[in-house]
Design a protein around this ligand. Structure first.
Ligand code: NAP
Length: 257
């Protein structure tokens, strides 16, 4: 496996996508592979990652990665270091919307996440994945992103985390703003900008990219975009070698923080 990777590694950019076994993460991993990247398909369940990597093709390798598990994160980082010695692109895609029953509607999730009634345990669990998990994975991968010489980090965020949009009475998704998932994306945006500012001098670009409102397990398939359409913006940002740093974009262009 290591030898195969070393051969395949020749001249290829190396990417790690978290939560790449399904949904938008899988679509991003497919697009990276189609564009010649060697893709590490992060999945908290290794078997699901193996199946996804097989679907993607020969440039894809599964890696067990639970973003809330420090041992899993350090083992994944060790593997990146041992097998590739560098990482050119990290896509922090893994996220959860809630910790309740999987088939809850968006309306139910929104109601239980309202700031006046939100379970602090649920909020901690969601932020553990969507915010602290992103920072933990990023910190573990930074030594290898630094070795790239032109490392890039894409944090898959959401327009529903924009404070500016939610403060505007005409924003159609405003009624979905709550303390659990949407506010976790607000916090993710803050971390994205903090990393972008800190790493600017080291030529590591850090951007937040929102998909469209996409039919995935995250929203009980209530999203209105197909996976192919909804994933376009994160894919565009992930493939952009000469783009800017410190941006937050969605399907229709720049989003306000
Ligand atoms: P999804 O189909 O539910 O995919 C989420 C992925 O994250 C799954 O692979 C899931 O793994 C993984 N994950 C969850 N917890 C994890 C953990 N602790 N460690 C590692 N992986 C974990 O949802 P999606 O819509 O594709 O979401 C992808 C990204 O897009 C998320 O950041 C989400 O916030 C963002 N987003 C989505 C939409 C939308 O409309 N769908 C809109 C804006 C932003 P399992 O398969 O094991 O559960």
């Amino acid at each position: 496996m290591a030898d195969q990777s070393e051969q395949a590694n020749e001249g290829r950019l190396i990417a790690l996508v978290t939560g790449a076994n399904q949904g938008i993460g899988l679509e991003i991993a497919k697009a990276l592979s189609a564009n010649g990247y060697l893709v590490l398909v992060g999945s908290r369940n290794f078997g699901n990652g193996e199946a996804a990597a097989q679907r993607i093709g020969e440039n894809a390798y599964p890696v067990q990665l639970d973003v809330t598990d420090p041992t899993s994160i350090s083992e994944a980082a060790e593997r990146v270091g041992d097998e590739f010695g560098r990482l050119d692109l990290l896509v922090n895609n893994a996220a959860i919307a809630h910790t309740g029953k999987p088939d809850q509607t968006l309306e139910e999730v929104t109601r239980s996440g309202l700031a006046s009634v939100a379970s602090l345990d649920e909020m901690r669990a969601v932020w553990e994945t969507n915010v602290f998990g992103v920072l933990a994975v990023t910190q573990a991968m930074l030594p290898y992103l630094r070795k790239s010489g032109a490392g890039r980090i894409v944090n898959v965020s959401s327009g529903v985390g924009s404070l500016t949009l939610n403060a505007d009475p005409s924003f159609p998704y405003r009624r979905f703003f709550s303390a659990v998932y949407p506010a976790s994306k607000t916090a993710l945006n803050a971390i994205t900008l903090a990393l972008a500012l800190e790493l600017e001098g080291e030529n590591i670009k850090v951007n937040a990219a929102s998909p469209g409102f996409t039919a995935t397990a995250l929203n009980n398939f209530q999203g209105t975009d197909s996976i192919e359409v909804g994933s376009r913006n994160p894919i565009r940002v992930a493939l952009e070698l000469d783009g800017p740093t410190g941006t937050f974009t969605g399907p229709d262009g720049p989003l306000p923080w």
